[in-house]
Design a protein around this ligand. Structure first.
Ligand code: FMN
Length: 458
């Protein structure tokens, strides 16, 4: 069935010295100014001009420290040692943009729901309805220890807590009716006490009294993002998310994942079209095909293998320091990985697809280079062809674009690919033409609040 909707375009960012591609800080034109506000403000303006719907920052609440059981290699190789607080950055971006959506990752395992509900309600007001929250349950014990907890909660328990966390946050946003504020100076009435109430949530994991100290957010609830991949995570996403992040190797896998998520959304009693599914992909664009391919080759060689091992240890929760890089990695070894097992099994299967014996060196060198990501390499029209193929065949509703260097990846994409996608009618010709509206309005997603909670818990 031909599609007549538009692609969602998100910029997948890190408030860090480095992007998800571990060599990005070494790239000659990479801007080293990641600690200055101008870096983020300039980027936000560029993304808005370039046709992006929203910027999204990922996060982790600890330095990678599994490899060698310390952070020395992480710090030396620049393997994501820096992560700035995100709401502060989004506030600065909000002040210098009009349309761009602003998304940050906040953890349901380590933050308190009152704090998160308040932060995102504030951002939603200050940005006139452009706030988005990437809901994560966090990944490892380094994060736990930074918050004074010895052991990271077990996977499904994290989701149980996350479930209550969402009930508290949405409940707190609903403690003010939309029309509670009167601001009647003559009558001396600021707000209607009938329309502001306590929440009094008492769960197994969490308690909160309320009301929130921020009036009802402009979007009802800020846009909710999530990336659950386990059965439990997918069910959570189906119930709560407005946008689901995915990964995947190739179009066939993307189509399977897309269909599975949409079925989950329907099973949760929501309309499949009310939830967007967007895989993370990495564009490598060149003025000619040769330039793009040369860039891809150069990027693959730039990464320090030790940085790759640090990141591999981080996602798998396995200390790979001191292991033989060329020893074979067996199915049994993979099956015992406590961390993101599925993703690494997928990577190993992909590397070993042609019957090759997979080694730690293979996994590490691909984990942190472009080969671990779905890459679209080529000229503007060639990259647009690949994106169109995924979109037209229901592999996705749009993309979250990862960077190899900053702000170069977004500049090149906006200059060479966006005009091509617009020409094909896959993106809005002029996203500002429709005037105002919240982020939800622009993405064609329904407003959600106590009155409109389709598929959400009572
Ligand atoms: C595009 C994308 C971005 C993600 N960003 C983060 C993040 O910033 N922080 C984090 O702790 N986890 C992040 N994750 C991991 C997910 O939250 C989730 O834990 C993972 O997909 C595994 O699913 P599961 O928890 O259901 O097993 C991300 C996943 C994807 C696919």
């Amino acid at each position: 069935m031909p599609r007549n909707d538009k692609m969602v375009l998100a910029a997948f960012m890190q408030a860090s010295n480095v992007s998800t591609y571990a060599g990005s800080w070494l790239y000659p034109s990479n801007d080293p100014d990641y600690l200055s506000v101008d870096f983020y403000v300039d980027l936000a303006r560029q993304l808005e001009r370039g046709g992006f719907d929203f910027v999204f920052f990922d996060d982790r609440l600890a330095m990678p420290g599994i490899y060698g059981n310390d952070v020395a290699t992480t710090v030396e190789t620049g393997a994501r040692p820096v992560k700035l607080d995100l709401i502060t950055i989004l506030g600065a971006m909000a002040a210098h943009t009009k349309r761009l959506g602003l998304a940050a990752t906040y953890s349901t395992t380590y933050y308190a729901p009152y704090h998160v509900a308040r932060a995102f309600a504030t951002l939603d007001h200050l940005s006139a309805g452009r706030a988005a929250w990437n809901i994560v349950t966090s990944v490892n014990s380094n994060e736990a220890q930074n918050f004074g907890i010895d052991q990271h909660l077990e996977h499904d328990q994290r989701y149980e807590r996350a479930e209550e966390f969402m009930q508290v946050c949405t409940g707190l946003w609903d403690t003010w009716d939309e029309d509670a504020v009167i601001y009647d100076r003559a009558a001396g009435r600021f707000a209607d006490p009938e329309k502001v109430r306590e929440l009094n949530f008492e769960g197994e994991w969490l308690r909160s009294r309320g009301p929130l100290t921020v009036p009802h957010p402009p979007q009802g609830y800020p846009l909710l993002l999530q990336a659950g991949d386990s059965p439990r995570g997918r069910a959570f996403a189906a119930k709560w998310a407005d946008v689901i992040f995915t990964t995947g190797f190739g179009l066939e896998k993307a189509k399977e994942s897309y269909a599975r998520h949409k079925e989950g959304v329907a099973a949760a009693g929501r309309r499949p079209e009310d939830v967007k599914v967007i895989p993370a992909v990495c564009p490598v664009v060149g003025e000619t095909e040769e330039i793009a391919k040369e860039k891809e080759r150069y990027l693959a060689e730039l990464v320090d293998l030790r940085a790759s091992l640090v990141l591999l240890s981080e996602v798998t929760d396995v200390d790979f320091a001191g292991l033989d890089l060329d020893a074979p990695i067996t199915e049994e070894t993979l099956a015992q990985i406590p961390g993101s097992r599925g993703a690494i099994q997928g990577l190993a299967k992909w590397i070993g697809g042609d019957g090759k014996q997979v080694t730690l060196r293979d996994l590490a060198s691909r984990r942190a280079t472009l080969n671990a990501m779905t890459t679209f390499v080529g000229t503007g029209p060639q990259v647009a062809d690949q994106m169109e193929e995924w979109f037209a065949n229901y592999g996705c509703d749009g993309f979250s674009l990862m960077t190899t260097h900053m702000p170069g990846t977004f500049e090149e994409f906006s200059r060479m690919v966006v005009p091509e996608l617009r020409r094909r009618g896959l993106l809005e010709e002029d996203p500002d033409a429709s005037g105002g509206g919240t982020l939800r309005d622009r993405l064609g997603l329904p407003r959600r609040s106590a009155g409109t909670r389709a598929g959400m818990p009572a």
